[in-house]
Design a protein around this ligand. Structure first.
Ligand code: 13P
Length: 250
């Protein structure tokens, strides 16, 4: 994949005023960006982001989506609703949802299916916890997570997803795996996708996420197997988010 993808995941942060400043700051630095850029924002702010990002080339995404199409699911948000705000992406299976909302591999797979059926590009998150890493289970965990998603996809649909490898122990901690460790996990994920669809060698972007910031982004982004980043904390500061985007633009 020649062109890298940098995605900001705002998580449960922001306010109308804070977002306005952040969005203006990002827009002011876009001229030098030569990678794909997206912002995944909390549902209440999608309208604000849609308006601010119109015509900028920065894509919009949500942080979650319902596995259901429509109906009596209080508090849930459908793909249709996200399309009303020109969302292109939706994060599915983030470890914070797996952990705090008890999302199972099967539910994540259903959400991926629903996102694809609704015309959205799911950013499918996988990654091991610290306990799993220390027990040497990284490969087994990410394989189980991605295989459950692949098991519900048609062969052609494999090319319509983005995958993000986010080791849970690296999220918000300042700790990161080495680029070599990430490269190995990405190679495994790609191999599993290739088994389902040989085109996955080229068509699927695999992002790294977990404490990526301007000071360490280059070592990850220069690796051939790392097709971009899913950025949490550093996406909340325009200058940091832009610096990562510039590093991905080389
Ligand atoms: P941090 O960049 O804050 O570690 O968060 C990563 C993440 O979870 C993105 O989805």
């Amino acid at each position: 994949m020649a062109r890298k993808l940098i995605v900001g995941n705002w998580k449960m942060n922001g306010s109308l005023a804070m977002n306005a400043e952040l969005l203006e700051g990002i827009k002011a630095g876009l001229a030098r960006v030569d990678c794909d850029l997206a912002i995944c924002a909390p549902f209440p702010y999608l309208a604000q982001c849609q308006q601010a990002l119109e015509g900028t080339g920065v894509a919009l995404g949500a942080e979650d989506v319902s596995a259901h199409a429509v109906g009596a699911y209080t508090g849930q948000v459908s793909t249709r609703m996200l399309l009303d705000f020109d969302c292109k992406y939706v994060i599915v299976g983030h470890s914070e949802r797996r952990e705090y909302c008890n999302e199972s591999d099967e539910l994540v797979a259903n959400k991926v299916q629903r996102a694809l059926a609704g015309g959205l590009t799911p950013i499918v998150c996988v990654g091991e916890s610290l306990k799993e890493k220390d027990a040497g289970q990284t490969e087994a965990v990410v394989s189980r997570q991605i295989n459950t998603v692949l098991s519900v996809l048609e062969e052609r649909e494999v090319c319509d997803i983005v995958v993000a490898y986010e080791p849970v122990w690296a999220i918000g901690t300042g700790k990161t795996p080495t680029p070599e460790m990430v490269k190995d996990v990405h190679a495994l994920l790609r191999e599993l996708m290739i088994r389902k669809n040989p085109d996955a060698a080229e068509c699927v972007r695999i992002l790294y996420g977990g404490s990526m910031k301007p000071s360490n982004a280059e070592e990850f982004l220069k690796m051939r197997d790392i097709d971009g980043g899913l950025i949490g904390g550093a996406a909340l500061k325009a200058s940091d988010f832009l610096k990562i985007a510039y590093l991905a633009s080389r």
